[in-house]
Design a protein around this ligand. Structure first.
Ligand SMILES: Nc1nc2c(c(=O)[nH]1)N[C@H]1C(S)=C(S)[C@@H](COP(=O)(O)O)O[C@H]1N2
Ligand SMILES: [Mo]
Length: 316
């Protein structure tokens, strides 16, 4: 599902000549002009399989892009609400312009950048990824963004940088649960091991469905780590710190047994209160069979090597 980027699927992995040619065409269109994103998606009806899915056939035959209205109206954003429905309206009060990102810690060149300047330096492309929440619902989203690795390169990480800590915005005026200190410790914090952060699948997303990111989905910039449970994909990022040691993360601190630091999608390790063996794709009906959850959310071919030394039958 990493389609549309030349670098992530070797052409030799895809045997079908037509798919190969089609992929080249899409990649070309995407590199050609930012407006091409909108063009590619405007022709899609809700639930229709995007042309890009043909390119993903090697990894995932049954993935259909989730209708945009579902992705934008069923959210987890606890700073605003514990419901799935309210973030879509409540998040509109978030102020996202101007937006500054700080990259500090174990780096040669710490940076404080306006998001506009970040975007001037990055090549934004479309990435269609599966996304699996730890609560066992899932979706397929066409993100716009760039690999986190490409931003981290600009600060020159030192060899002492072993982990990366991400911090969400602190804006209690707009975020009711932050204002009354409810539910979690704020601001929301997440983390990755440095090799996970540098993996080409790991994105900073600034858009979805050919448009700028909606506030409820993490505007103006969020992390997307498609092989991990959704809570790792932190929204509204303002700070990125490279560290020697693993950071304490919000959900891991809240309930370490339920929400591990790694949180790799793993159908074999149940949550203490529910199975992770299958999932409910957003938009499916009660009579639609659930989808079988895949180890690493189906991205094992790309990421399994990162976890060679872990016993995945007991670990998530
Ligand atoms: N700052 C912040 N980031 C967050 C969350 C949150 O509550 N606050 N929820 C996480 C969870 S549990 C999920 S499943 C995804 C949901 O992303 P979506 O609303 O775009 O589908 O965001 C993640 N990132
Ligand atoms: Mo989630």
């Amino acid at each position: 599902m990493i389609i549309k980027t030349k670098t992530t699927i070797a052409s030799s992995e895809i045997t079908d000549q037509q798919i190969f040619l089609q992929r080249r065409k899409v990649v070309k269109a995407l590199l050609g002009a930012p407006l091409a994103y909108a063009g590619i998606h405007s022709g899609l009806a809700a639930g229709q399989t995007a042309p890009s899915n043909a390119l993903a056939a090697h990894y995932q035959a049954d993935s259909t892009i989730t209708p945009a209205n579902l992705v934008k109206n069923y959210n987890n954003y606890y700073e605003f609400s514990l419901t799935k429905e309210q973030p879509a309206t409540l998040a509109q009060s978030l102020r996202i312009d101007p937006w500054t990102i700080e990259i500090t810690g174990e780096v040669e060149r710490p940076l404080r950048l306006d998001l506009d300047d970040v975007l001037k330096l990055q090549t934004v492309q479309e990435y269609v990824y599966r996304f699996r929440c730890v609560e066992a619902w899932s979706m397929v989203v066409p993100w716009l963004g760039f690999p986190l690795a490409s931003l981290l390169k600009t600060v020159k990480p030192l060899s002492s940088a072993q982990f990366v800590k991400f911090t969400s915005v602190d804006q209690p005026e707009a975020m009711p649960l932050q204002a009354n200190n409810t539910m979690l410790e704020w601001p929301y914090v997440e983390g990755l091991r440095i090799d996970e952060a540098l993996h080409p699948l790991t994105l900073l997303a600034t858009g979805l469905y050919g448009e700028p990111l909606s506030k409820q989905n993490g505007a103006p910039i969020r992390l997307v780590v498609p092989w991990k449970y959704g809570f790792k994909s932190i929204k509204a990022v303002v700070k990125i710190e490279l560290l020697k040691k693993a950071p304490l993360t919000t959900w891991n601190k809240f309930a370490p047994r339920d929400y591990g630091f790694y949180a790799n999608v793993n159908p074999n390790v149940p949550h203490p209160r529910w199975s992770q063996a299958s999932e409910r794709p957003l938009g499916s009906h009660f009579f639609t069979p659930r989808r079988k959850t895949e180890l690493f959310n189906g991205y094992g071919e790309q990421v399994a090597a990162l976890y060679r030394t872990m016993d995945l039958s007991h670990f998530f």
